[in-house]
Design a protein around this ligand. Structure first.
Ligand SMILES: Nc1nc2c(ncn2[C@@H]2O[C@H](COP(=O)(O)OP(=O)(O)OP(=O)(O)O)[C@@H](O)[C@H]2O)c(=O)[nH]1
Ligand SMILES: [Mg+2]
Ligand SMILES: [Zn+2]
Length: 325
C-alpha cells in the first residue's frame, strides 16, 4: 500500500499542474479559479505576449491558464501557460500611450454602459468602442443607464441615439438600475453568456451587477460623495457568476478608448453603414473624406447615414494619422 501510493504522491508534488480560469486581476496578482472552484492567487512566470503588441497585462480576466501551485504557499501559484484566446478586447489608455491593455478575453459579447446624465458619455467614446468590437469581431451592445434622471430633452436625445445605433445593427437598452427599469431585458441579454461591461467611471456598471446579484457586493460610489466625473470606484477587472446563468466581467471605468493596431485606411470597415455605402463609391480607394463620387458623403447629406457617426469616423481617422500611438 505505502509502496504504491508514495511514488504517485511524489510525482504530484513535483510536477502538479492545474488548469483554471482567470477571474480577477490586480495587475500584479491574478486570481485563478480551478475546476473545483478553488481560488488561487497567482503570479506570472515567463512571457506571454501578443505578437507585435505591447500590453500592460499579459494575462487578462477570462483567460484560461495552466499554473503550478507554490509549495508551502496557501493556494498560491505560478501561471506557466496561457491557452489560446478565442477573442479579446483591447484598448490604449490615451492617444500617446505605447502600451495596450487587454480588458477581457474569451467573451461572447461586450457591453458598453453609457449615460446621458452625469457623467455624460460622448458618442465618440461609444463609436471608438464599437470600432474595436467590430475589428475584433465581438458582438457589441449599448446600455444607456440612469434614464430616471433624463428630462424630456434628454429622452428625445436618447431615442434619437437608439434609433441611429439600432439602424446600424446594434442592440440598445435604456435602463434605470436604481428604479429597476428594464432590468429583465438585461437579464435575458446576459443569461448563459460570458459578457464584459465597460464604460466611463460612474455610469453604474457595478451598481447594475450588484442589483442582478446582491452577494457580489461590489464597491460602488455612494451618492453622498459622488461627483459628476465619477470616482473610479472599481479598480480591478473581476468576473462575477450570475445566479441565472452566465457571468459578467466588471471593469474599472475608463476615460478613453484608444484603438490598437489599426491603419486609418481600415477604420471605415468597422462602421458597418459606412462600409456598406463605400461599395458604391466612385474610387475603390476612396477614404470618404473629400473624394468626388463618394457614396458615403451622399448618404450623409441625404440623412441616411448619421452625421454624428460620420463626424466621429472623421475624428477617428484624423487621430489615427500614421497609426494610433
Ligand atoms: N440616478 C441613478 N443613479 C445611478 C443609477 N445607476 C447607478 N447610479 C449611481 O451612479 C453612481 C456610480 O455607480 P457605480 O456603479 O459605482 O459606477 P461604475 O460605472 O461602476 O463606476 P467605476 O467603478 O468608477 O467605473 C452611484 O452613486 C450609483 O448609485 C441609475 O440608474 N440612476
Ligand atoms: Mg464600478
Ligand atoms: Zn467614399
Amino acid at each position: 500500500m505505502v509502496f504504491l501510493i508514495t511514488p504517485k504522491l511524489l510525482f504530484l508534488h513535483k510536477n502538479s499542474k492545474l488548469e483554471g480560469l482567470v477571474v480577477k486581476s490586480t495587475g500584479s496578482w491574478y486570481y485563478v479559479r480551478d475546476a473545483n472552484k478553488g481560488i488561487w492567487a497567482c503570479k506570472i512566470k515567463g512571457k506571454f505576449r501578443i505578437k507585435g503588441i505591447k500590453t500592460t497585462n499579459p494575462v487578462a480576466v477570462g483567460d484560461r491558464v495552466e499554473f503550478s501551485p507554490i509549495q508551502g504557499g496557501e493556494r498560491e501559484g505560478l501561471i506557466t501557460e496561457l491557452h489560446e484566446r478565442k477573442n479579446y478586447i483591447i484598448r490604449k489608455a490615451t492617444k500617446l500611450s505605447r502600451e495596450s491593455h487587454i480588458i477581457a478575453s474569451n467573451i461572447d459579447q461586450a457591453i458598453i454602459m453609457a449615460t446621458l446624465a452625469y457623467p455624460e458619455t460622448y458618442t465618440l467614446f461609444i463609436d471608438r468602442f464599437l470600432v474595436t468590437a467590430e475589428a475584433y469581431r465581438i458582438p457589441a451592445i449599448i446600455i444607456f443607464n440612469k434614464i430616471d434622471l433624463y428630462d424630456e430633452q434628454l429622452m428625445r436625445k436618447l431615442n434619437e441615439l437608439i434609433q441611429i445605433y439600432h439602424d446600424v445593427g446594434y442592440e440598445c437598452f435604456s435602463i434605470s438600475v436604481t428604479r429597476e427599469e428594464n432590468l429583465e431585458s438585461v437579464k435575458n441579454l446576459l443569461k448563459d453568456k460570458y459578457s464584459v461591461i465597460l464604460g466611463n467611471s460612474g455610469v453604474g456598471k457595478s451598481t447594475l451587477i450588484n442589483q442582478l446579484k446582491p452577494e457580489a457586493n461590489l464597491k460602488i460610489a455612494r451618492i453622498s460623495n459622488y461627483h459628476k466625473a465619477g470616482k473610479h470606484c472599481t479598480t480591478f477587472a473581476e468576473m462575477i457568476d450570475l445566479p441565472f446563468g452566465g457571468a459578467i466581467i466588471d471593469t474599472p471605468g475608463i476615460k478613453g478608448f484608444g484603438l490598437v493596431d489599426m491603419d486609418k485606411e481600415e477604420v471605415y470597415h468597422y462602421f458597418p453603414e459606412i462600409f456598406n455605402a463605400s461599395l458604391s463609391c466612385k474610387f475603390h480607394n476612396c477614404t470618404h473624406t473629400h473624394e468626388p463620387g463618394c457614396h458615403v458623403k451622399e448618404l450623409v447629406e441625404k440623412g441616411d447615414i448619421s452625421q454624428n457617426r460620420y463626424n466621429n469616423y472623421l475624428r477617428i481617422v484624423e487621430d489615427n494619422e500614421g497609426k494610433y500611438r
